[in-house]
Design a protein. Structure first.
Ligand code: SAM
Length: 219
């Protein structure tokens, strides 16, 4: 998507994707991945999710990447902390309390910074991107994450003919096509969440599967 699309969503507060209490699949499945607390976690396309604070509270150093400066400021304001800022490699970096948000385009992130992240948390990031960008996104992660890389990916699967994205439907077969064989891909949970999602029912969806995947680097 065009960056202006997302910046307008934030400017107009059209952020229906935001979950003020975070995503329950994180607390349910992150512990099963046995990711050590000293692993630095990459959260691409992070918005202002409180999931970043949840990860930081478990001892992780967290690197978020987000186009919208408004989102970055809001994340820290909602945690009641005053971030420091500095400029690096064309990004403005907001940081406090173990969380750093790099404000700018994820696809322009310095490879060395990504390579320092041995863990990944993606909720509504891959599925925010149209198909060609999903290929680039997965290729970038595959290229950048180190040999012991592991993570949790939360995706949606619905009948794409019933609604235009974003969020886009990314079925199990595509997750595997994007990440295997560099990662072992394990579906940890799948649930039809349509009953809990009024805005998607109103758009006419007949099902809305939310799935959590564990990704473990193979090579
Ligand atoms: C669907 S939202 C998900 C946000 C967050 N992961 C969550 O769970 O609330 C997608 C976010 O990605 C950001 N975004 C989209 N394209 C981006 C890019 N190329 N680089 C960095 N952020 C991007 C948008 O501004 C938006 O906040």
């Amino acid at each position: 998507m065009d960056p202006d699309f997302w910046l307008a969503r934030w400017d107009n507060e059209e952020i229906g994707f935001h979950q003020p209490d975070g995503n329950p699949l994180l607390a349910a499945h992150w512990p099963t991945l046995a990711i050590p607390p000293d692993a630095q976690v990459l959260v691409p396309l992070c918005g202002k999710t409180p999931d970043m604070a949840w990860l930081a509270a478990r001892g992780h150093s967290v690197i978020g990447v987000e186009l919208s400066e408004k989102a970055a400021r809001a994340l820290f304001a909602e945690q009641d902390v005053q971030p420091e800022t500095h400029e690096r490699d064309g990004f403005t970096v907001y940081s406090a309390g173990g969380i750093a948000i790099w404000v700018g385009d994820f696809f322009a992130m310095p490879a060395a910074v990504l390579a320092d992240c041995s863990a990944l948390y993606d909720r509504a990031s891959l599925i925010a991107l149209p198909p060609p960008m999903r290929q680039r996104f997965a290729a970038l992660l595959t290229e950048a994450l180190p040999a012991d890389g592991r993570g949790l990916l939360v995706a949606l699967d619905y009948d794409q003919s019933e609604m235009a994205g974003p969020p886009f439907s990314v079925p199990d077969s595509e997750i595997r096509q994007l990440f295997e064989p560099a990662f072992a891909v394990e579906c940890l949970a799948r649930k039809d969440t349509l009953a809990d999602n009024e805005r998607f029912r109103q758009k006419g969806l007949s099902r809305l599967w939310e799935s959590a995947y564990g990704l473990t680097r193979n090579r």
